[in-house]
Design a protein around this ligand. Sequence first.
Ligand SMILES: C[S@@+](CC[C@H](N)C(=O)[O-])C[C@H]1O[C@@H](n2cnc3c(N)ncnc32)[C@H](O)[C@@H]1O
Length: 349
Amino acid sequence: MNTKEVCKMLDATIKTLIVYEEYGIVVPKREENNYRNYSEDDVLKLRTVKLLKELGFSLKDIKSLMEKNNYATTQFMRSLYLQLKAVETKMNELDHVKNTLVTSIDKMLDSSKAVDQDSFLRDMDTILKENKDNRRIWVDMWGFDNKAIKFDKMVRDSERDELGLFEKYDEILSEIRTRIRNHKAMSIIDIGCGTGNLCGELSADIDVVGIDQSLEMIVQAKKKYGDMKFRLGNFLDKPYRNKDVDIVVTTYAFHSLNEEEKKEAIDNMLEYIKEDGKIIIVDFMFLNDFEKEERKKEYYEKGRQDLWEVVDYKYYTNLEKLENYIHRLGCKMKKEHVVNFTWIVEIQN
Ligand SMILES: C[S@@+](CC[C@H](N)C(=O)[O-])C[C@H]1O[C@@H](n2cnc3c(N)ncnc32)[C@H](O)[C@@H]1O
């Protein structure tokens, strides 16, 4: 496709296309007469760039994203996925700004004193800066394609797992599969399914849907387990089914959610399961704040603050708080320590 046709199709100017080319974002091939010839992939990339620009991403960030977004799946799916992630990021940013505005207005309405406008403006500046920083982190974080490809090896590499986070990984997954079979489950949802190591082999004779927020993980899982079904999704998405699933299971993924999000995720999981269904959570947890402090002390005494920072970076479950929440919902919870930070929790109506 020549430059004029592309401009017409995307409602873009020649100057814009040249800027993208100069940045190395979309560089079309040249014909013998030196005219530009845009391929289908180039046009797809341009569509993505257009949306990202409209969402407020800088050309520098867009370039970085496009370069990292190169995992092994079709260009079309990649392009849609990248756009989806960009929209999600923007929605979070806007939520952030909206909440600040609402809080500021509420504070002004409540205040009987003269309003300190400078302080409100400073709050907003901080939020905008945080948004920008978070966006930078998101752009830099992109590229967990490598993680997905290396994931199966990584969880079995005990030498590099100084915290023993994945100790007994295969044994634990096998134990969970046994529990699923003993429950005579015919339909399962595995949230944060990763590369499908837990439920993949059950999918030959059980209806299994794996949900994960990472397309790259799903692509790897799909290669290994042809019978398993997948959805791109999140613990926090509203359930797409209602009380017709025997077991909702999640392994080594729950710690990505903060305390409030964990509650929301539990509510969602309860929506999925039948009256006699079950939720099984395998993840990193502490009994309570006291145990967490004790463990922290141990690592500090060993001079391994660096390892503790890894623990503290994510949201390991506080079992006491989780149990309180489960009981408040009128449900039952069983908990069992397996090894190091890993626990198995079962929740039933
Ligand atoms: C450490 S891996 C575990 C994968 C798999 N469950 C296993 O046991 O091998 C964590 C997985 O959870 C996914 N994940 C993290 N946060 C998530 C969220 N909020 N919603 C859905 N998936 C999530 C990640 O993309 C990743 O694939």
